[in-house]
Design a protein around this ligand. Structure first.
Ligand SMILES: NC(=O)c1ccc[n+]([C@@H]2O[C@H](COP(=O)([O-])OP(=O)(O)OC[C@H]3O[C@@H](n4cnc5c(N)ncnc54)[C@H](OP(=O)(O)O)[C@@H]3O)[C@@H](O)[C@H]2O)c1
Length: 286
């Protein structure tokens, strides 16, 4: 494995990446770090105002950053074709980062729809815009390893964990189906440990957990998955200290994450629910 300096990733001029949820949290820092390396970054987000705020914050650090906003609501499946049609750039990577934990009625359906089905369908819709060797980088979570699809509890955190497991299984299955696909997770990344980026984020005072890290560091694995030429399809990257914090390192894919039969079942269900097949769409493009 080669060394990797999270503060000095390789130059990325001439490369273009779409980051879903690039307006806030970890996605903001993925966008900031990719733009800082010279990549053109498209922020896929729901709110034009929040996208503009993120672009202002990034440009305050990288004045010549090449940035744009793609309107994107992952919870609105029919709108994803329209979002993809608005893209006027060729993508070398898409970072499937946006995520939520829905606490209202039907948390399972809503959370699964936004986190997993939205990204599943978006990947298919983006096919004509992804370059031949483009990387699909899926952001999962360490909580996915203990998720259980058989359980039906409407508990928000368990619902969230199942949606993250579905996303990670998707990322690995996409790689098995011949597309360059890498999975990453940010460890534990807290706003309270995240440096301020006005007007996007102001660091609150108070609560600290030394085992965890800020969202700036939470972005490192995804950035490495986009830019490191030695990263390979099918790999899993996460923070090196207990999978919770630190520099990105390669993790083994095992346990439920390596369950290929389960991944195939989730894939088939996702095709049924979205009406699209990202692997077929991406392979048609090649
Ligand atoms: N933070 C952690 O410790 C942690 C740990 C494990 C995994 N993760 C994963 O890392 C990713 C980022 O987490 P985070 O902590 O940065 O979350 P965050 O600060 O809450 O940001 C979430 C992002 O997702 C966007 N989003 C939510 N619903 C969306 C929708 N329907 N369509 C488009 N965008 C939508 C939000 O946009 P709006 O501004 O429009 O709401 C926001 O940009 C998520 O996938 C999460 O599951 C995080």
């Amino acid at each position: 494995m080669t060394s990797w300096d999270v503060h000095r990733p390789p130059p990325a001029e001439g490369r273009t990446a779409l980051v879903t949820g690039g307006n806030a949290g970890i996605g903001y820092f993925v966008a900031e770090q990719l733009a800082g390396a010279g990549a053109t970054v498209v922020l896929g987000c729901r709110s034009a105002d929040r996208a503009a705020a993120a672009m202002t914050a990034i440009r305050s650090r990288h004045p010549s950053a090449a940035l744009s906003h793609l309107p994107l609501d992952l919870g609105d499946l029919p709108s994803l074709q329209e979002s993809a049609d608005r893209l006027d750039v060729r993508l070398d990577a898409v970072v499937l980062n946006a995520g939520m934990l829905f606490d209202g009625p039907d948390p399972d359906e809503r959370t699964f729809a936004v986190n997993h089905l939205g990204h599943f369908a978006l990947t298919a819709r983006l096919a004509p815009h992804l370059s031949r060797n483009a990387r699909v980088v899926t952001t999962g979570s360490f909580v996915a390893k203990s998720a259980d699809f058989a359980a039906q509890e409407p508990d928000g955190k368990k619902v969230y964990a199942r949606s993250k497991l579905a996303q990670m299984l998707f990322g690995f299955e996409l790689a098995r189906r011949g597309v360059f696909s890498v999975v990453n997770h940010p460890g534990g990344a807290l706003d309270s440990l995240t440096p301020s980026r006005p007007p996007v984020h102001t660091r609150p005072t108070g609560f600290r957990l030394p085992l965890l890290q800020g969202k700036d560091a939470g972005a490192w694995p995804a950035v490495r998955c986009v830019l490191d030429p030695f990263v390979q399809s099918g790999q899993l990257w996460g923070p090196r200290l207990f999978g919770l914090r630190g520099r990105p390192h390669l993790e083994p894919v095992r346990g439920i994450l390596a369950d290929t039969a389960l991944a195939a079942r989730v894939w088939d269900l996702s095709v049924e629910l979205t009406g699209v097949d990202p692997a077929a769409a991406l392979l048609r493009r090649q």
